[in-house]
Design a binder for this molecule. Sequence first.
Ligand code: NDP
Ligand code: 8X3
Length: 258
Amino acid sequence: MTSLEKKIVLITGASSGIGRSCAEVFAEAGANLILLARRNDRLTTLVSELTKKYGILTLADKLDVRYQASIAQFFENLPVEWRDIDILINNAGLSRGLDKLYQGNLRDWEEMIDTNIKGLLYMSRSVIPGMVERKKGMVVNIGSIAGHEVYPNGNVYCATKHAVDALTRGMRMDLVDTPVRVCTVDPGLVETEFSKVRFHGDDARAKIVYQGMTPLSPDDVADAVLFAATRPPHVQIAEIIIMPAMQASATLVHRKGI
Ligand code: NDP
Ligand code: 8X3
């Protein structure tokens, strides 16, 4: 097992759900964390919790991964002691809407494409060259079962997660002659703010997504990310698909009493 003690781990979308849980498990493992998201107030609270609990170093910043210029500025201003990033967790992502493609909201499409695809690309382009130069590093992309299957009304979200799958494969090919490893962790239903965001804040509709079944928790997914990150340097966990026991595919979920 590889120790994460004092490793620098950068997590996008650390203000909630899977990203927040990753921050917790990597902090517990002794890593120093760069935590990014748009909701800076949440990051501030998380930083004070994690530093108190685990005595690690943290750097948090407000960053919207959709904007390449903001990302460039963030890295330009990054203190030198934080620059040698060991692990990049490309987690920031979202779904918006669940509509037939021909009725889809164009703004929802732009937001998903800009965040899930372009954000991941911009972050990767900024961080991977340093890893190649230092001859060590790991990228973990948070994909989805929606990157392997398409479900009704999931059209554009599924397309973005298929893109994450393709980009992960591409990265792995392009890095095969380096020690840098690339992994994708692809969950099924995880109860986070994901559905609330998908339904533009409609809590009642979001709850229905997990009705009658036990979804994954974000900690379950963080556990899988931690597993991949703690393998010895010659082991590359390429892909982890993780689903609740009550889910067999994107469209087959067993729900009790429904
Ligand atoms: P949450 O909504 O709980 O968390 C999403 C995180 O992404 C938040 O921290 C949010 O922070 C951040 N984020 C969204 N847009 C941006 C942006 N433009 N710039 C920076 N950060 C952003 O959902 P999850 O934890 O569930 O989602 C995390 C990842 O997991 C996503 O990529 C999602 O597609 C994937 N996933 C989720 C599944 C699920 O069922 N929940 C299943 C499979 C995959 P903020 O709003 O503060 O910027
Ligand atoms: C999130 C899981 O099934 O809602 O990626 O697409 S699903």
